[in-house]
Design a protein around this ligand. Sequence first.
Ligand code: UGA
Length: 426
Amino acid sequence: MNIGVIGCGYVGLITGVCLAEMGHSLICVDNNEEKIKKLKNLIPPIYESGLSELLKKNKDRLKFTTSIEEAVKDSTVIFIAVGTPPKESGDADLSAVENVVTSIVKCMDSYRLIVEKSTVPVQTGTKIKSVMEMRASGVPFDIASNPEFLREGSAIDDFLHPDRIVIGLETERAKEILLKIYEPLGVPIIVTDLQSAEIIKHASNSFLATKISYINAISVICELAGANIKDVARGMGLDPRIGDKFLNAGVGFGGFCFPKDVRAFRRISEKLGYRFNLLKEVEKINELAKERFVEKIEDMLWNLQGKLVGILGLAFKPNTDDMRYAPSIDIINHLLSEGAKVVAYDPVAMENARRVLPDIEYRENPYDVADGADCLAIVTEWDEFKNLDLEKIRSLLKTPIIFDGRNIFKKEKMEELGFIYKGIGV
Ligand code: UGA
């Protein structure tokens, strides 16, 4: 099938490359010329495991361009995967979606299936439809919603081996096309109306974020009561109705999905007439997780003025270089505002971090971060940090204090090694 994908961000690029891997011919569009130039040279503009290999492997089925017209002319199906960033109010900014839709409709000369892949608030499909109806001058089209559930760091595997595919649509023709694309994956396909598919995406991300905030709230109770969150989470997670995934307490969720989607879902619910206060609390608990982490550092080091804090991990989670809404940003800015000096290391996110955190010092490896620091704070749970030479770290630190914001170490073992250890909820 000839397929167009508009937007070569995380979702769009992975969608395009994976659909090519499934045997389709793809035209991928982005208005960022720099990005398209890189992609034409088969250089991934983002860090994602396996992406470079798939780009090269499928180069004959992948075309990259800045022209929407080119993609619309040659494709029956067009996936919209442009950004839907948050506005000041928390509402999703859908102007890029609208611009793309109006550009698509201008160059359509026969039937097209337009598929929303970006995360959008419920009823966006209906809005797209009415914008198109006003301008399509009789050219037939369908709208579908096909939310994406891939995670950064395991995006390709998530796309090619998903738990489920969700498709919201209105016609048999659209259903036939999308089933033809996805049936080869051999996974459950849920076919719904447009609105339900849109809600499934926001509701899933908000549920997962709620699960994280829930366990983070329980971690506070564990600290206050002298319990251990790791044991508590294990005891809860073995109940299959609860499940052990997304039950790791830490410094809070970040990234470009959960923070913005929880807010956007709360806002759209409010607009529809329901005050989703539960989600407000989820956001508050997430902010509190970062604040409590800094308070712990402050409690232990006393005055932060002039103290040197070593940070391990900057990306919002391991296996990505993505710094968007990373908890490290708020944590470090708070430390800096209290007068602390910060040195940091991340295996891949330092280049991106330099743009958002220009006032800290970047070091080559974890040992250089520990060297002379008043404490070490782990903010992202990279595997590299789990295998550190801890004796060496202890000897390099000015005072042997570790704040483990992702609970990668065991308290007893760390204390045996001579550290003063503060985890989350332990
Ligand atoms: C998330 C969803 O997991 C995907 O299903 C979805 O497709 C994607 O958003 C999206 O909407 O595009 P992602 O943002 O890549 O994926 O990252 P996650 O692995 O979900 O982690 C999000 C945040 O939660 C990270 O900061 C992570 O450290 C934190 N987290 C996760 C915890 O604090 N505890 C946990 O137990 C799990």
